[in-house]
Design a protein around this ligand. Sequence first.
Ligand SMILES: Cc1ncc(COP(=O)(O)O)c(C=O)c1O
Length: 412
Amino acid sequence: MKKTFVNLDKIREISAQIPTPFHLYDERGIEENAERLKAAFAWNKGFREYFAVKATPTPAILKLLQKHGCGVDCSSLTELIMGEKCGFTGDDIMFSSNDTPDNEFVEAARLGAIINLDDITHIEILKNLAGIPKKICCRFNPGGAFEIANKIMDNPGDAKYGMTREQIFAAFRELKNLGAEEFGIHAFLASNTVSNDYYPVLASELFQLAVDIRRAVDVKITFINLSGGVGIPYRPEQQPNDIMVIGEGVRRVYEEILGPAGMDDIAIFTEMGRFMLAPYGCLVTKAIREKHIYKEYIGVDACACDLMRPAMYGAYHHITVLGKEDAPADHLYDVTGNLCENNDKFAVDRALPKVDMGDYLVIHDTGAHGRSMGYNYNGKLRSGEVMLNADGSFDLIRRAETPDDYFATLVW
Ligand SMILES: Cc1ncc(COP(=O)(O)O)c(C=O)c1O
């Protein structure tokens, strides 16, 4: 059974001040997980997690992770601005973007961020806009299918990201000629991997590439960025990843491949979003309508604008009816939002205890790529965010949108 990190009494206390729907984050869970990650990679001197801001672009979250040594991975102008406002500067920022507009390169360069080039053609563009920095990273795409133990995890050959093997060699050569002195390699080859083998298999591929590039181009590679992609068990029957096993798996291939090549001073970077935050956030919503037609429907006060993953990918998010954790799940419901879109369903044919109007529903694992993917279709206003602090108190860390926010960009 998947457990919530909050109980009914606490939700009643919070919602007396902050009406549902809202995303709630578990400060203690976030901090403990960040420390576990650090412990798992403690063997690597330069290890650092650059939290993927796109997952949860909220200053309170970024500052909390900053306390645990994390940098930020930004993918846009506004994420760069938010990073700077939260006190991240220079090497604290990784800029991993694609199809990058000029002004974003300029801003990343102004901040001294580590720029991760998605394509070989971006070298000339960056050179003309801001010059080539001393420290630079290139994103690799090996093409084909990415497999672990004969199981296809994803298809990099169909992905728009990164450079081919030939291109990354040429890119490093060109960047070296243009004055770059320190190099990094980055790749993101599979998403939401619920497997302890993803990072070790990816790492061995990137470590071997680093050895080959060093031999061919003679550049100083100082870091390898394993990016995101480490998943979480959205479904109750899934086994969670064990970050200690993952860290140990990466250490093994590091020693096997980089050790003999005399390259064992390379720092490992990660830029995870989902693994850092998803389980430590939930969407709290209230049952406000019920409908009995060809199916049984429970209408809640949140909609896909607050959490798009089910509508967009058919993603599973577990649901707990607070206060009814031990009741039999003997009713079959579609749990819906109020958009004029039939895919605005948080769950389809989900077995739940009988839901009564006014019940609080906790939609699990929304801490990453949840609130941040929200949108404003139907003029719906996105919910706010609340931090449940380790001492049991709570703070509003982003207010809900108001009609004024929605109208702010309009020319009447
Ligand atoms: C470049 C880059 N880095 C990191 C991440 C974070 O991935 P995840 O949340 O799966 O860890 C993403 C997600 O889209 C990404 O595009």
